[in-house]
Design a protein around this ligand. Structure first.
Ligand code: PPE
Length: 308
């Protein structure tokens, strides 16, 4: 990851090194934050934010689920993001808006703590590496179960909830794998530590439904549409653990990771990236970079990059 010059912090542009919070920030102690991971790609029409409105909608939804009201409108956040990309002179970048309960009373009742919002941007290579995107990654089913809707809110992209992903990620890395796959309490497949998952068998694609304990991924939605446009049948249904290793192809997708083939799960070979994965990956990459007109409405072109 590389740094940028400026960060947007509660309505103001501040230098990267000055974007600080108080040590008694509520979110630092209790995980009371919600965030987004968004990407901006260089396209022929200029830098363009992929599915910007969908990410802003999800940020607002994540906040609502934790009783937080964002002090900025989605229009304001969108404009701030465009401005930030322009002022940092970036052509492509990762975008991390975060809204959090700030410094105020300590204790578990957060309602008197202000909701603060920051947006950071930086250049970030695909999370599991270009190599991973090309040749596939090795994954392991985690001993940690994905957070349950009985205790938390899988649909919210909330900071504290990511302790679940962090445990799974550390376990998989220390075990020598690239990524973890989490099951739910009943052993059904949910998702990766930061990506949704798809299995392909006999030409049909399955992915856990939105009602499973998954994050309702925006890459996931895009891939479902692209796969359908390519003529593949995509079914949103429960997926059993054994289906992972019996699949012809498995791939994961998320904003940071993009579309990543999985070549091995639990030390069982699935194989090099398959034909269906390849086809979808190609069209998805074209959509991200504005090379496929069918998906041009997904791109929010950054109007006038300026340093003003
Ligand atoms: N599940 C989880 C748990 C998740 O964190 C992500 C995104 C997804 C699915 C895919 O969602 P979407 O990006 O809308 O397609 N994870 C973000 C944070 C990753 C990180 O390392 O930080 C991301 O990809 O930006």
């Amino acid at each position: 990851m590389s740094t940028a010059d400026l960060i947007w912090h509660n309505g103001e542009f501040v230098a990267w090194e000055d974007a600080k919070v108080h040590v008694l920030t509520h979110a630092l102690h209790y995980g009371t934050s919600v965030f987004e991971g968004v990407r901006c790609y260089e396209t022929e029409r200029g830098p363009a934010v992929f599915r910007h409105w969908d990410h802003l909608d999800r940020l607002e939804a994540s906040a609502k689920l934790y009783y937080m009201e964002l002090p900025f409108s989605k229009d304001q956040l969108r404009e701030a993001t465009h401005d930030l990309i322009g002022r940092n002179n970036l052509r492509s970048c990762y975008i991390r808006p975060v809204a959090y309960r700030g410094h105020g009373p300590m204790g578990l009742d957060p309602e008197a703590n202000p909701v603060e919002v920051s947006i950071a941007v930086w250049e970030w290579a695909p999370y599991l590496g270009e190599e991973g995107k090309k040749h596939g990654v090795r994954a392991k089913v985690s001993s940690w179960r994905r957070i349950s809707p009985q205790s938390l809110v899988p649909h919210s992209k909330a900071g504290g909830q990511y302790l679940n992903s962090v445990l799974a990620k550390i376990e998989s890395k220390r075990g020598g794998y690239d990524e973890a796959i989490l099951l739910d309490d009943l052993g059904r497949v949910c998702e990766g530590s930061g990506e949704n998952i798809f299995v392909v068998r006999d030409g049909r694609i399955a992915t856990p439904p939105q009602t499973a304990s998954i994050l309702d991924g925006i890459s996931r939605k895009s891939i479902i549409r692209i796969a359908a446009d390519l003529g593949f049948e995509v079914v949103e249904r429960d997926v059993a653990r054994a289906e992972l290793t019996l699949a012809d192809e498995v791939f994961m997708a998320g904003t940071a990771a993009e579309l990543v083939p999985v070549r091995e799960i639990d030390d069982i070979e699935i194989g090099p990236p398959g034909e269906i994965t390849r086809q979808i990956q190609q069209v998805y990459d074209d959509a991200l970079h504005g090379r496929d007109q069918r998906y041009s409405e997904w791109l929010d072109v950054v109007a006038v990059p300026s340093k003003a």
